[in-house]
Design a protein around this ligand. Sequence first.
Ligand SMILES: [Zn+2]
Ligand SMILES: [Zn+2]
Length: 217
Amino acid sequence: MSNGWERFFFIVAYITQGSSYMSPKTYGIMHRLHHAHTDTELDPHSPSFSKNIFTMMWRTRTFYRDIFNGTMEVDPKFTKNLPEWDGFDKWANSGISRALWVVVYLALFIIFAASPWLYLLLPIIISMGAFHGAIVNWFAHKYGYKNYILKNTSENLFSVDFLMLGESYHNNHHKFPSAINFGKRWHEIDPIYPVIRFFAWLGVISIPAPALVRVRK
Ligand SMILES: [Zn+2]
Ligand SMILES: [Zn+2]
């Protein structure tokens, strides 16, 4: 996408992720490390190296922080061609920004919460981004079914996935990491795939040829 659209999506990501905003550049590096080193000690998140989902989230957080702050050395091959807006990322990642979002959420609860029990949802809302990532990174490396035998623990968590918007076809994704359609079998509908095609049709993005890989099974 163009620089203008890239910045537009930075802002959309900030508004929708709020207090759990993650830098697209840092997450991109971390995700490339996951693909290159799946289920090894260099993997930022692997159930094989963590006792439970929370210790894995903590490990991911450490990787994320060290890459974001530049204190972890990363091979330049993992840092090429990523969305970049360092000034914006610095603000959106800051403690002040996260605290301000928490104030916004709290205000919305004070105005709209019909029962005090609803306040129990507040911590989940504050850390939603981290949980969303952890659901795929933990469960889709533990449970599900495999279309492809790979040298890692990736599985397709659901046979029809709307809940994670297609991300849970994780075994397919490890087999074809750059494919924009995560679904491979007839029932594996990837709800985001038509959205990506629609954005391409609008001219917001262009799709490179390797991303269109299609395998019938
Ligand atoms: Zn994975
Ligand atoms: Zn990936």
